[in-house]
Design a protein around this ligand. Structure first.
Ligand code: NAD
Length: 282
């Protein structure tokens, strides 16, 4: 039976650590401030953004949501980002994705100053991660690494298999695991005979976006399973791992919800504090 990794608990621990760092900054006269741009009326995005704002205030970070209608011209967003980049009282800027179809996602995301890019999506931060000089690291894979650290899972020499190669989860996840001295395999939609690979995994990270995609026959006995997926099925949230069949085979496993999700938000707060420290050279 796999021991369940309690992401909600560890996210609470992380938030406490962040709250202490916020306090230390405030004693130096610096109040970390996060601005989130929400463009359009995607219902899940609106709810994520509210969650992020609430979490920020809970650790003492000032937070503001700037809302724009879906039909807003991209130039308006770029101009807004230029102003926020110049504002010394704003330390973190996040553009909630997905953007409306008429906008160029990479152009918008890379307009955020790389020092205020708390999502870690700016090309410069992506490049830094790939050569191991990490600055702002994407929140979800960073949250997975923090979970592994809190749980004292030493991944040195492990064979880690990541399913998914997106820019926001799969690729940065693979880079972080490589930095932590795992042997890393990335699987994706074109991978042939994937089960042969996943069955070799000491650590399996699922970031596919398909409900209950990973089942017991995909998993090696005793593997550590990290489920990044957030899928809505019949009004309920489930992961990319079929928890009920995989949990008996795994040594440790993250549930969905209350696994990786809360850590993602905790890392956004940690990144905002880190951005404040970097900008004020603390
Ligand atoms: P994405 O759609 O951008 O990428 C999915 C990846 O899965 C792609 O690289 C694709 O190659 C791969 N894939 C698709 N079908 C496959 C198949 N049949 N076999 C193997 N690989 C396949 O998704 P994403 O943004 O990386 O998100 C992945 C999942 O993680 C989603 O469920 C998303 O909701 C969730 N997510 C969770 C958090 C969190 O905070 N926990 C954050 C971001 C994303």
């Amino acid at each position: 039976m796999g021991t369940i990794i309690d992401g909600a608990y560890w996210a609470g621990v992380s938030r406490q650590e962040t709250a202490q760092k916020v306090q230390a900054l405030k004693e130096k006269g610096i109040t970390p401030r996060l601005v989130v741009l929400l463009i359009g009326d995607h219902p899940a995005s609106a709810s994520y953004v509210r969650g992020k704002e609430k979490a920020a205030w809970s650790v003492g970070i000032e937070s503001e949501i700037m809302r724009f209608p879906a039909e807003t011209d991209e130039q308006v967003i770029l101009d807004t980002l230029d102003q926020l980049n110049q504002d010394p009282h704003v330390h973190g800027i996040l553009v909630q994705l997905p953007l409306p179809a008429h906008m160029n996602e990479q152009r918008v995301v890379s307009r955020v100053s790389f020092e205020k890019d708390v999502d870690g999506f700016h090309e410069r931060n992506v490049g830094a991660l790939s050569i191991g000089t990490n600055r702002m690291v994407p929140c979800t894979p960073l949250g997975v690494m923090e979970l592994l650290r809190y749980e004292k899972i030493d991944i040195t020499g492990m064979h880690a298999v990541v399913i998914g190669r997106s820019n926001i989860v799969g690729k940065p996840m693979a880079n972080l695991l490589l930095q932590a001295n795992a042997t890393v395999t990335i699987c994706h939609s074109r991978t042939k005979d994937m089960r042969t690979l996943t069955r070799q995994a000491d650590l399996l990270v699922a970031a596919v976006g398909i409900p209950r995609f990973v089942t017991a026959p995909d998993v090696k006995e005793g593997a550590v399973i990290i489920d990044v997926g957030i899928n809505r099925v019949d009004g309920k949230i489930c992961g990319d791992v079929d928890f009920s069949s995989v949990e008996p085979v795994a040594s440790r496993i993250t549930p969905v919800p209350k696994g990786v999700g809360p850590m993602t938000i905790a890392m956004l707060l940690a990144n905002t504090v880190r951005a404040s420290q970097i900008q004020h050279r603390v």
